[in-house]
Design a protein around this ligand. Structure first.
Ligand code: NAP
Length: 297
């Protein structure tokens, strides 16, 4: 029996592990893909207090090394089920713990238009820092109007010859800091109040059809970066935990769920602000409360 099972090795999960290991607890971390979570996709982090500038990859790797140097064990297994008694079933086995911390983050939202899946890896990407380099001196488009879309457009403007930034509204929701940087990149062309209605190409994507009011036009592109936000992936917990209408886990006082001994940290819970700072904050609080409540028994 483990003291704490942590599901997810992103910033929230790894921070929970850091706090639990420093309290000498016996923990196990499950991760379905790779450590680091969404922050791996951030080309630059400039709003983490105390660190002026770091890449998402370096941040995640530093945190990973910090916890594995303390003895953290990460099992790369997919969690399929958690029950009220804190038994965690993966694709390989069932494990038991006194507490469970869910830190499963979120995944990229899709545009949900025809042929989107067909072109993934064939012109469509959800990660500019992972795939941007394939589009050196080419024409790309980024769709979205939040921080990720603007960061991606700015990042890609140094690689591609031309970047279209397509947003469905007049106003962006991205930060002022990013908005002011857009002007410094003359090869970014902003297309507002427009939605992508069709993906066009034979084997690989070659153009997109865009609708703006009554007008439809086609632009030729080599790559399309979709940056329209994230969605939680909490269906597997819905038999025991309360979710909101968007699928985020509801909490009591921040990180406690409706089941005693099961906590939630990071982007996957209902919260005001989904950022690296709040993810690591959640991880530290979840581990600290889990340890305190475990010791009270
Ligand atoms: P987001 O803030 O949720 O923005 C999603 C954007 O995609 C919005 O502009 C939204 O438009 C648009 N969108 C959603 N569904 C769409 C659809 N079907 N078709 C077209 N457009 C669609 O997501 P995000 O930019 O990934 O950011 C997520 C969180 O991470 C935010 O809290 C953000 O601040 C944070 N973040 C921070 C940094 C940083 O601090 N450096 C970097 C990246 C992300 P509408 O406005 O019309 O809904």
């Amino acid at each position: 029996m483990y003291d704490i099972i942590i599901i997810g090795a992103g910033p929230a999960g790894l921070t929970a592990a850091l706090y639990a290991l420093r309290a000498n607890k016996n923990i196990l971390i499950f991760e379905a893909k790779t450590y680091g979570g969404q922050i791996l996709n951030a080309s630059k982090i400039e709003n983490y207090p105390g660190i002026e500038n770091i890449s998402g990859f370096d941040f995640a790797t530093n945190l990973y090394k910090q916890v594995t140097n303390l003895g953290a064990v990460i099992k790369y297994e997919t969690v399929l089920r958690v029950d009220e008694n804190k038994n965690v079933t993966t694709n390989k086995d069932t494990y038991s713990a006194k507490s469970v911390i869910i830190a499963t983050g979120s995944e990229n939202r899709r545009l949900n238009i025809e042929n989107e899946s067909k072109y993934v890896g064939k012109g469509i990407s959800y990660c500019a820092t992972c795939d941007g380099n394939f589009f050196k001196n080419k024409t790309v488009a980024v769709v979205g109007g939040g921080d990720t879309a603007l960061e991606d457009a700015i990042y890609l403007s140094d690689i591609a010859s031309k970047v279209y930034l397509i947003h469905r509204r007049e106003e962006f929701t991205a930060s002022e800091a990013l908005l002011s940087k857009l002007d410094e990149h003359s090869n970014i062309e902003i297309i507002k109040n427009s939605t992508i209605s069709k993906l066009i190409g034979e084997e690989i994507l070659s153009s997109v059809e865009i609708v703006c009011g009554d007008t439809t036009k086609v632009i030729d592109i080599d790559g399309l970066f979709i940056a329209v936000g994230q969605e939680p992936k909490n269906q597997i917990f819905s038999n025991i935990l309360e979710l909101d209408s968007l699928g985020y886990i509801k909490t009591i006082d921040g990180v406690r769920t409706n089941i005693k001994g099961i906590y939630v940290a990071g982007d996957t819970r209902v919260k005001e602000l989904r950022q690296l700072t709040t993810a690591v904050s959640d991880g530290s609080i979840a581990a600290t409360i889990a340890i305190r409540e475990m010791n009270e028994k």
